[in-house]
Design a protein around this ligand. Structure first.
Ligand SMILES: *[C@@H]1O[C@H](CO)[C@@H](O)[C@H](O)[C@H]1NC(C)=O
Ligand SMILES: *[C@@H]1O[C@H](CO)[C@@H](O)[C@H](O)[C@H]1NC(C)=O
Ligand SMILES: *[C@@H]1O[C@H](CO)[C@@H](O)[C@H](O)[C@H]1NC(C)=O
Ligand SMILES: *[C@@H]1O[C@H](CO)[C@@H](O)[C@H](O)[C@H]1NC(C)=O
Length: 782
């Protein structure tokens, strides 16, 4: 532009110069030449000599000069030819701008005479410029609401050429909405206008990019273009629209706080503020606004409070989306709360009875109810206890259950039951509640004291000191408390004649037994009595046990010689025939010992004899035999001193004197028994108890010999044949005498033997064998 203005000013100066010169040369005709602009230097404009009617020589003689106005010489004159030539390229636009026609004035100066001849050169335009837009591109903004027919101004282009070569016409890229109008100003310049042909829809086409072209009228025409960007401006012609008119969501209850349950979404075709959407609840209840939060920008709906299916099962929430222009759309969100098995069953104990007495029939122990606020299977319940307990659960009305004891309980086998009541629902996962109940069983006096043994056998030695602790009995009671406190007592003895109270006593608290006085084995070998144990229950229960006291023998009795009698007025004398063979049985010493066992094992020995070597004594059985043949030289009367000794510790002994009379002849046959019976019948009944230990067949034989001797001895005694010889009467009343004939016996039997000298019918009588263990052998024989 600036360059253009400067150029224009220079043109003005040229014009003023022409006017001044013209004034001084008024009246003279000026010749006009023409040349197209942009011709090369040296182009012929005219032949001045010919045009002035002068010869070349005259022209030269007159000193012809071409004088351009201003300081710029456009021309040169060829003096040889008289041709006027272009001295430089001419630019019409530079010389004249928009002025048309473009005239350059110049003078031809002739001297002699001085003469100015005015001339004009018209510079003819050529189409050497294209239309040029001032802007590189155009940005247009058009409201989409603009009505068709509206004219929108556009920037114009300029073409420096003039006339037909100047800008003639504007065109625009063919399109559906616009065309361009070419308008002329008063000065003839053309300018374009954009005409809207059709309503715009930004949502359909938000912008146009068109090429505006300016054309000149040259041949060929030249053009210039500019890019026109048309931005369609939005109007709020669209309301927000939700993608769904109803949103249905299922949300499990107890979903975490702040979890997004749904995102609503609306769209608005408008842009900018008109397309900016804000979401909000529409006429919400307080409950909804406390439960949900709607993000106004993102459309996220969050839970801000725990959902509880048990309280509210569904929500219906209206929401709206509003754009910046105030238009809104609406949708509905339906929230279905899904039940979750989130409540374990609850157990409410109404009553519990503990302790319950044992032995009672079915008893109610507890009453309770169960509940579960969940729905469906999540709320259905099952109730049970352990299988191995003597209790049952019984459903009653509603959700009530009773816990019963199943039949009677026995405290002694189990006094305490821990019962776990389990309630589960049928939901997934199953929830359960457990409740522990401890049921105590109270005692009833249903157990008598029990002795540790059915019977007790106590051993002691005889001759004990009084108040000796001889043993204990003990009983326990499975009951509890006073029902288990035991008191001991002595009960009546088996044998009512036993003076039990003077023999033993018992400590009522601990069952210790004491002997009250010294015991005598020989008087009382053993005795039995019952002890009782009684508890303090009500009613009291008791039991009893047998106590057998076995008195242990002490060697407190010396052997007692039954035969021969020692201090009788008429001592026995044994008669031995002189013709007796060696080994002839002269006599047999019979002795007994009131003690028992080893204390009663007796041995015999010959201490002294009138004629040593004639008689011998068998140590084990007391038999006195001849040791050799007798002869006439042997004295008739002999006296033997024998010792009978027991095996006690220390041993006790007694000496026996035996008288022997040797008689002539052979041994006398024994008198027949009936004779004895006749004699015996006249005497008092003689009963001798003998207890003889026998262990073998030889012992039986020994016994028979002994018996024979005894019978004979007594017969003699009664017949008075050989002085007084008698068995003491009633020497061992009331108890048995244990005689062990030899120390070699491997077993010991006791026989009660009765000799009935006065019965007239019999002699010895085996009454019964007495076995130490008390068994009675039924072998009674005569
Ligand atoms: C302008 O150009 C258009 C398209 O080429 C043509 O239709 C119209 O007649 C021209 N107008 C003028 C005045 O030359
Ligand atoms: C019952 O439970 C209590 C406490 O846990 C325990 O001391 C007792 O031994 C249990 N009784 C039974 C019979 O299991
Ligand atoms: C109930 O008893 C069971 C078994 O004895 C035990 O495992 C459980 O912990 C107890 N429950 C309670 C609540 O005491
Ligand atoms: C024998 O003597 C004792 C005392 O030495 C006497 O106790 C007993 O009675 C006497 N026996 C006879 C049968 O005389």
């Amino acid at each position: 532009m600036e360059a253009g203005g400067e150029r224009f000013l220079r043109q003005r100066q040229v014009l003023f110069l022409f006017i001044f010169l013209g004034g001084s040369l008024a009246g003279s005709e000026s010749r006009r030449y023409s040349v197209a602009e942009e011709k090369e230097r040296g182009v012929l404009i005219a032949n001045l000599a010919k045009d002035l009617g002068l010869s070349v020589e005259e022209l030269a003689a007159k000193g012809a000069q071409v004088m351009s106005q201003g300081n710029k010489q456009h021309f040169q004159l060829n003096h040889q030819t008289g041709d006027l030539l272009l001295d430089e390229k001419l630019d019409r636009e530079e010389l004249c701008g928009p002025t048309e026609p473009c005239i350059l004035h110049f003078q031809i100066l002739l001297q002699n005479p001085l003469q100015f001849i005015p001339n004009e050169l018209q510079v003819i335009d050529i189409n050497d410029h294209s239309p040029v837009f001032f802007e590189n591109e155009m940005q247009l903004k058009v409201l989409e609401s603009t009505p068709p027919g509206t004219i929108i101004p556009l920037g114009n282009a300029e073409d420096l050429d003039v006339g037909r070569n100047s800008l003639q016409n504007y065109t625009i890229t063919p399109n559906s909405h616009f065309h361009v109008l070419t308008n002329s100003r008063r000065d003839g310049r053309k300018y374009p206008e954009l005409v809207l042909d059709k309503a715009l829809d930004r949502e359909e086409q938000p912008q146009f990019s068109l090429t505006l072209m300016a054309l000149d009228g040259g041949s060929p025409p030249r053009s210039g273009t500019v890019q026109v960007h048309i931005l369609v401006l939005d109007i709020n012609d669209n309301a927000p629209e939700f993608t769904q008119s109803i949103y249905e969501v299922e949300v499990i209850e107890n979903s975490p706080i702040n979890s997004v349950i749904v995102t609503v979404s609306a769209s608005d075709l408008d842009t900018g503020n008109f397309g900016t959407i804000a979401y909000a609840f529409l006429h919400t209840s307080e409950e909804i606004s406390k439960t949900f939060h709607l993000n106004p920008i993102t459309g996220d709906i969050q839970i801000v409070k725990h959902l509880n299916f048990e309280a509210i099962k569904s929500y219906e929430v209206d929401i709206e989306a509003k754009d910046g222009g105030g238009l809104s759309g609406k949708s509905t969100v339906i929230v279905q709360v899904v039940d979750v098995n989130d409540n374990p069953p609850e157990l409410t104990l109404s009553s519990i009875t503990s302790p319950i007495p044992e032995n009672s029939p079915e008893t109610v122990v507890a009453i309770f109810s169960v509940s579960d606020p969940d729905s469906g299977d999540n709320g259905r319940m099952m109730c049970f206890i352990e299988n191995n307990l003597p209790f049952v659960l019984k459903p009653t009305v509603g959700n009530f259950y009773t816990l019963l004891s199943e039949g009677s309980l026995d405290r002694e086998s189990q006094a305490e039951y821990n019962i776990t009541i389990t309630v589960t629902d049928m939901g997934t996962p199953r929830l359960k509640t457990q409740h522990n109940i401890t049921v105590l069983v109270s005692d009833v006096n249903d157990n008598a004291p029990a002795f540790t043994q059915i019977s007790y056998t106590l051993f002691i030695p005889e001759n004990n000191s009084p108040a000796l602790h001889i043993g204990s009995v003990s009983a326990t009671d499975r009951d509890a408390g006073a029902n288990a406190q035991v008191t001991y007592s002595l009960l009546q003895p088996q044998d009512p004649s036993l003076p039990l109270d003077s023999l033993v006593s018992i400590n009522a608290d601990n069952g210790h037994l004491f002997a009250l006085r010294a015991l005598d084995f020989e008087a009382l070998q053993a005795f039995e009595f019952l002890v009782g144990a009684t508890d303090r229950g009500s009613p009291a229960l008791s039991s009893q046990a047998l106590v057998r006291v076995q008195v242990l023998d002490a060697n407190d009795n010396a052997p007692f010689v039954l035969y021969p009698l020692q201090n009788g007025s008429a001592p026995c004398t044994e008669l031995v025939p002189r013709a007796a063979e060696p080994g002839y049985v002269v006599s047999k010493v019979v002795a007994v010992d009131s003690d028992s066992g080893q204390n009663a094992w007796l041995s015999y020995q010959l201490l002294k004899a009138t004629e040593p070597g004639l008689f011998s004594v068998w140590a084990h059985n007391g038999e006195v035999r001849t040791a050799r043949l007798l002869s006439e030289r042997d004295a008739a009367k002999h006296r033997l001193l024998l010792l009978v000794k027991d095996n006690g510790e220390p041993p006790l002994s007694v000496s026996v004197t035996l008288h022997v009379l040797l008689v002539d002849g052979f041994s006398q046959p024994y008198l027949p028994l009936p004779e004895v019976a006749t004699e015996a019948a006249q005497t008092d009944l003689l009963t001798v108890y003998l207890v003889i230990a026998l262990a073998s067949v030889s012992s039986l034989f020994l016994f028979s010999v002994l018996a024979f001797i005894a019978v004979r001895l007594c017969r003699r005694s009664r017949s008075g044949l050989v002085g007084g010889c008698s068995v003491p009467e009633g020497h061992f009343p009331g108890h048995l005498v244990d005689v062990s004939g030899t120390g070699t016996l491997s077993q010991s039997y006791q026989y009660e033997v009765c000799l009935t000298g006065g019965s007239g019918t019999s002699d010895f009588k085996f009454l019964r064998p007495i076995l130490p263990n008390g068994l009675v052998q039924d072998t009674e024989q005569e």
